[in-house]
Design a protein around this ligand. Structure first.
Ligand SMILES: [Zn+2]
Length: 193
């Protein structure tokens, strides 16, 4: 399903073939398996700006605000800076692209009967609800930010930009790294519970 979503993102006409698209032709009409592997590897990299622009538009739509370029670039930079651990980077990647299987997504895929949240029974439970708006999750984020502000001797305001996208530029540089690690661990807890 995620591969299908990626194809729909890269090829707006998917599953129909576009009229003029050399990339599509190269992807599906290659004559050798080794060539196909090369194209599959190179394609997401060449189309990375398209994919990240889509993710950014989705976040801006969800939050009802327009992030500036510096915030968004900082968020993307955290993919490299957050940790050398690939698994931990993957969690941040999934947050950026909202790839988690929410109740709403499972309902749309016809894998469950409703889009109701498992924690508070709100309907529909999209990604922003799962990670931020759900009252059960809000009761988790509140103490996280309060504790962080106390420990760092600096006010860290609870916003989805900071908590979910790691736009921690507002935090003083001296304690930013520590705050980033703490927020990341909190984010992982939300993702796995
Ligand atoms: Zn909920």
């Amino acid at each position: 399903m995620q591969l299908r979503l990626l194809c729909k993102t890269v090829f707006p006409t998917f599953p129909d073939a576009p009229q003029e698209c050399s990339a599509y032709t190269r992807l599906f009409l290659t004559d050798t398996p080794s060539r196909l592997v090369y194209v599959l590897y190179a394609k997401p990299q060449t189309d990375a700006p398209i994919i990240t622009h889509t993710a950014r538009a989705k976040w801006e739509g969800s939050l009802g605000l327009s992030n500036d370029d510096k915030d968004w670039q900082y968020c993307l930079d955290q993919l490299q800076a957050i940790s050398p651990n690939g698994r931990l980077r993957l969690i941040h990647f999934k947050y950026i692209h909202q790839y988690y299987y929410t109740s709403l997504r499972l309902y749309r895929y016809k894998l469950q009967q409703s889009a109701v949240c498992d924690r508070c029974w709100a309907d529909p439970a999209d990604f922003l609800h799962l990670a931020w708006c759900c009252p059960v999750v809000a009761n988790f984020w509140g103490p996280v930010f309060a504790t962080l502000s106390t420990m760092l001797w600096a006010a860290v305001h609870p916003t989805p930009l900071v908590a979910l996208l790691h736009c921690t530029r507002q935090i003083p540089r001296a304690v930013r790294r520590l705050a980033s690690v703490a927020l990341f661990l909190a984010k992982r807890c939300v993702a796995v519970t």
